[in-house]
Design a protein around this ligand. Structure first.
Ligand SMILES: [Zn+2]
Length: 191
């Protein structure tokens, strides 16, 4: 896993890139929540469920299907005010799907543990990407971050999560501004 901070930063950057609207606090809290929720499966260790099991760590809760299910569930319960099953509502469902999936993707980019069961429950095969730059962050308390290993994790997340996240926000904001400007310019011409 990346650390909770890594997942949270990714979710906020995705939110900024995805939505041009001023979103509610609820939206941001749910985004962070979806990005860390898959690791709720670590509870499996306490019940002696083996790591490689369907319900083991990085199993079902890290799958594409789980992300889709959570995306729809969050939109269903928290975004009914935009009109359930309208295009706008689906955009929220898609966003929360992507944010949840970003967790599994960053796990599959990490250099430790078992891979991610993207296609669970249909296949329990575990996957990693061929390129895995992220230092794995063991599940531990805050004190861990002040150990030398902790600094290695922070450094790798800064390079591979924080910087790309900042870049994503800057580029998406820039592109959005450019498109608005161009649209306004074409409106002025046609007037
Ligand atoms: Zn995870």
């Amino acid at each position: 896993m990346s650390s909770i901070f890594g997942h949270a930063v990714t979710s906020i950057a995705l939110g900024k890139a995805y939505s041009a609207e001023k979103e509610s606090l609820n939206f941001w809290l749910l985004a962070v929540y979806c990005s860390v929720l898959p690791d709720g499966d670590v509870i499996a260790f306490y019940f002696d469920v083996p790591y490689g099991h369907l319900l083991g760590h990085r199993g079902l809760s890290h799958s594409i299907l789980f992300a889709a299910f959570l995306g729809v569930l969050v939109a269903y319960f928290f975004f009914r005010h935009v009109g359930r099953f309208t295009p706008r509502w689906w955009r929220y469902a898609l966003f929360f799907f992507l944010v949840t999936l970003s967790h599994a993707i960053s796990d599959a980019l990490s250099n430790g543990g078992l891979g991610v069961a993207f296609f669970s429950p249909f296949s329990n095969q575990r996957y990693f990407f061929p390129w895995r730059p992220l230092e794995v962050s063991p599940i531990g308390g805050l004190t861990y971050f002040f150990s030398s290993e902790g600094w290695r994790v922070i450094r790798s997340e800064f390079i591979w999560i924080w910087l790309p996240s900042i870049l994503l926000v800057l580029v998406s904001t820039g592109v959005r501004r450019y498109l608005i400007k161009r649209k306004n310019a074409s409106l002025t011409v046609t007037e």
